[in-house]
Design a protein around this ligand. Sequence first.
Ligand code: AMP
Ligand code: MN
Ligand code: MN
Ligand code: MN
Length: 294
Amino acid sequence: MAADLHTHSTFSDGTTTPTRNAELAAHAGLRALALTDHDTTEGWSEAAAGCAAHGLEFVPGLELSTEWDGRSVHLLGFWVDPGHPGLAAECARLRDERFERARRMVGRLVELGLPLSMEAVEARAGRAPIGRPHVAAAMVEAGVVPDLQAAFDRYLAEGRPAYVPKHALDPEQGAHLLIASGGVAVLAHPGPTFPAEHTGRWSREARNTLRLIDRLTAAGLAGLEADHSAHDPATALLWRRVAARRGLLVTGGSDFHGDAKDVKIGQRATDAEGLEALRQRARTGMRAQGGPAW
Ligand code: AMP
Ligand code: MN
Ligand code: MN
Ligand code: MN
């Protein structure tokens, strides 16, 4: 019986409520479910209630945005204390940063002649920190692109005309923050984050990436998300090897976003043994720091 350790909800850029995620996880036959919304823990109480209603274990998580070498690096944090002042401050800062960035993205789209308003984007985001999928959804609604993917491919993906980076902590600082707040840190979807790694060759980019993984390991990173819905079997194997060589754990998660992505809850998962190892790691970390009683 497995755990899906990477799902999003309407509390960030997913289209389903945490309640619905729990329902889908139960139907998929999972025994545990994590909610890992971008830079927020606000969906936890609803997710915990939904999981309890279905006899599922709830694994509290978030996907923290960090920045390295001009690209976005995502860290999954599990069992963090959401009241930790440093973590709460960084989540609040990211929320503001995301709002200003959305304004700039809308500004660029308007300059390109598209009829889009910040109000329409805010309406799509609701109370969630604004992400590019909200901008993409507002663009679909305005009829300027046929679907979300076209919005990314034409305008919003890195290198496209309306892309605006968001500034965030260095991944090492991000890992420190998640650990300091009593949690464990896992590097999310290394495949799409570091595409140079797909080749498995010792390119300069690949060496740089592995050096970053080494630094993150030294900073206390607990694992790599080798099993992710965007990883083909060869990519998953590659990252399993990277993890094994460093004594890192391996996790699996779907990165479910509801209708925003063609991915199902439980499509990738962490086995019971993997979840226990991660939990053990969280407990050990806490004993060392005398952290919160999660
Ligand atoms: P943001 O956090 O605002 O930079 O948005 C990142 C989110 O947009 C990711 O978590 C995905 O949900 C989605 N996303 C990123 N890149 C793409 C892409 N190329 N195609 C479709 N969705 C994407
Ligand atoms: Mn997302
Ligand atoms: Mn991500
Ligand atoms: Mn995600």
